[in-house]
Design a protein around this ligand. Structure first.
Ligand code: FDA
Length: 303
């Protein structure tokens, strides 16, 4: 097995904004991606043309909510995965810097123990923002959840909900600026319904436009529309399990980079499937996974 440290695409130098001195990024676009009767998820584009920053796919930026906390201190930034490739939505400027950065944000609203509605500070600030409003932005940050430099590595991307954000950036970069990918590119995406599969539905199909690429395969798991033979809801790990022969061979060969992004806890379902494959062959999955983690092939970003 190839247990060499994988070389990643290194973030280019550029201004990095600290929480103590954020960049004021004007909102260019704020568009709802989900149907009215489901969770509110937004495609938000910010103008960073005056920031001097550069980013690469897989990094995140921070958004500082307005106002101060109960101790009178400014709020801590919340992180959001960058959903655009390194040249942003409209291409790089003459210095090869993106003029925009895109986020995919879910509005956080829940009820506390007393039944009181609580609205998340940063996500509601973002989801309510209008074009022209300035948002306090920090970053970019992140040096691990990045594409491998060698494009013969197979990519296995697994997302739920807004976890699709970095993969929109990966796929746009791979088949856009980079042009192609030598290894296989597999995207497993879990959502409740077809219309909630962000960037992969009839209204908004940024990822779907690459379905015809020879190396690309996107597999959706729609938990409210599909059931297993035994009548249970279908989740991403069920779709992964159906590709055992191909995926297990890729993983055992060790020439791959796997990414999990989205809801906290989602990695457990994936882990169970792979651990089952390993133990059926008398292999120690925990040890294998540690090796993959140590050499940068196993990447998890859940929140
Ligand atoms: P705020 O911080 O004000 O409140 C959230 C709090 O409410 C949390 O303490 C949480 O535990 C609690 N809470 C939330 N739901 C609850 C419920 N149902 N019941 C009880 N308590 C609940 N988000 C996103 O939309 N898109 C993205 O791309 C990313 N990317 C990302 C990358 C990384 C690396 C991290 C660590 C996180 C993200 N996030 C994200 C999540 C994001 O940073 C942020 O946590 C959420 O938007 C919530 O922030 P607010 O300021 O809105 O909520």
């Amino acid at each position: 097995m190839n247990l060499q440290l994988i070389e990643k695409v290194v973030p280019a130098d550029g201004e990095v904004y600290k929480p103590s001195d954020p960049f004021l990024a004007p909102v260019v676009e704020n568009r709802r991606l989900t149907p009215e009767d489901s969770e509110d998820v937004r495609h938000i584009v910010l103008d960073i043309s005056r920031s001097g920053m550069r980013y690469v796919e897989g990094q995140s930026i921070g958004i500082v909510p307005p106002g101060v906390d109960e101790k009178g201190k400014r709020h801590r930034p919340r992180l959001y995965s960058i959903a655009s490739a390194r040249c942003g939505e409209i291409g790089c400027d003459i210095d090869n810097k993106a003029t925009t950065v895109t986020l995919c944000v879910k509005r956080v609203v829940y009820q506390d123990e007393s039944g009181q509605e609580v609205r998340g500070l940063a996500s509601n600030h973002l989801c309510d923002a209008q074009p022209g409003d300035d948002l306090q932005m920090t970053g970019p940050i992140g040096r691990k959840f990045l594409l491998p430099a060698d494009d013969s590595n197979h990519l296995i991307m697994i997302a739920v909900g807004t976890g699709i954000a970095p993969f929109r950036a990966f796929v746009q970069y791979i088949y856009g600026d980079h042009g192609s990918w030598g290894g296989k590119v597999k995207l497993f995406y879990g959502a409740k319904t077809g219309l909630e599969t962000l960037y992969m539905n009839e209204q908004s199909n940024d990822i779907g436009q690459y379905y015809t690429q020879e190396t690309f395969e996107a597999i959706r798991a729609l938990s409210r529309e599909e059931t297993t033979e035994s009548g249970k809801r279908v989740y991403v790990q069920d779709k992964i399990a159906r590709q055992k022969d191909e995926l297990w061979t890729l993983i055992k060969e060790g020439h791959f980079c796997l990414y999990i992004c989205g809801l906290k806890g989602m990695e457990e379902g994936v882990d169970q499937v792979l651990s089952g494959w390993a133990s059926a062959e008398g292999l120690d999955w925990e040890e294998m996974k540690k090796g993959f983690k140590d050499n940068g092939r196993w990447n998890v970003e859940v929140y």
